[in-house]
Design a protein around this ligand. Structure first.
Ligand code: GLU
Length: 283
């Protein structure tokens, strides 16, 4: 963080279900780590088929109940499609993108050889079937992928990395280009019919909002290498990261949105206070 810069964090939920204890922990962590800087809320609603206005309203309500506050207006990713388009156009102009018509089943079939079955942050590593296609051929049913080997060549980097203040602070986490190509692969930057993806939106918006510290769960640690690569390609400033622990249920499973019993709202309705909910997540 540059000297004198205001520390700014964000909590960026998707309105696809009730916020649960894991979200409470993530939001409170982001707010605490911002102090005395600024804590922002951002609504990650690019997946229109899964997002609902009532879940968005519930996010505001639950977070306020927890005692959090944030500046207005709140950024919503569904309002930001032109910014994502501009980032894609820039990457396309560098010759780094290609349209992909492969469905999950095509990818699984292409990967049937056992040694090819590696799983990256976004699932099975894409075998590159569509890599030769030109962007001019892109149809409405295509996804858009980043040719990561070309991306590293363009940057002239043999590795990419970031700093995490929670995981080995002071040390840079690096992934070599070869490990990225083999273990992450050609990531989807625009999902079919969506015009963007989590990875693209999150880096464009973190930069637009001047986020200096990105706090998120450890489950997203490997995705941060993807974000670091995109930030380098698009000349965006790289924030500091803080990948925090995950809140698990009694069986050790990570909480999911459908886990209604652990919804903040359920605790609220059962008469718990915000302080008691903080206690449940160890804060
Ligand atoms: N919308 C993402 C989530 O709910 C945000 C992750 C991030 O902070 O980058 O997991």
């Amino acid at each position: 963080m540059a000297f004198g810069a205001v520390r700014r964090t964000r909590f960026a939920p998707s309105p696809t279900g009730p916020l649960h204890l894991g979200h409470a922990f993530a939001a409170l962590t982001a707010a605490r780590l911002a102090d005395p800087g600024e804590f922002l809320l951002r609504i990650e609603d690019i997946d229109r088929s899964r997002c609902r206005p009532e879940w968005e309203a519930a996010i505001h309500e639950d977070l306020r109940w927890l005692g959090l506050d944030w500046p207005q207006p709140v950024m919503r990713q569904s309002d930001r499609l032109p910014a994502y388009r501009a980032a894609l156009d820039r990457l396309a102009g560098m010759g780094l993108l290609y349209p992909c018509r492969c469905r999950r089943a095509d990818i699984a079939a292409a990967l049937s050889a056992p040694q090819e079955g590696m799983i990256g942050p976004d699932g099975p590593i894409y075998p590159g079937t569509c890599r030769g296609r030109a962007m001019e051929d892109a149809g409405p049913d295509d996804a858009i992928r980043l040719d990561v080997r070309r991306a590293f060549e363009r940057l002239g980097f043999d590795r990419i990395g970031f700093h995490d203040e929670a995981v080995l602070p002071g040390q840079r986490h690096d992934l070599t280009a070869e490990d990225f190509i083999a273990g992450v692969g050609d990531v989807v930057l625009a999902r079919r019919g969506m015009g963007t993806s989590y990875h693209l939106s999150v880096i464009v918006d973190d930069a637009a909002q001047g986020i200096t510290l990105v706090t998120r769960g450890k489950d997203l640690f490997d995705s941060t290498y993807i974000h670091a690569l995109l930030q380098a390609l698009l000349d965006l400033p790289q924030p500091l990261y803080h990948h925090h622990r995950l809140i698990r249920d009694a069986a050790g499973k990570r909480l999911a949105k459908r886990d209604d019993a652990r919804a903040i709202r359920s605790y609220r309705e059962a008469g718990l206070t915000p302080a008691e909910v903080c206690g449940l997540v160890g804060l």
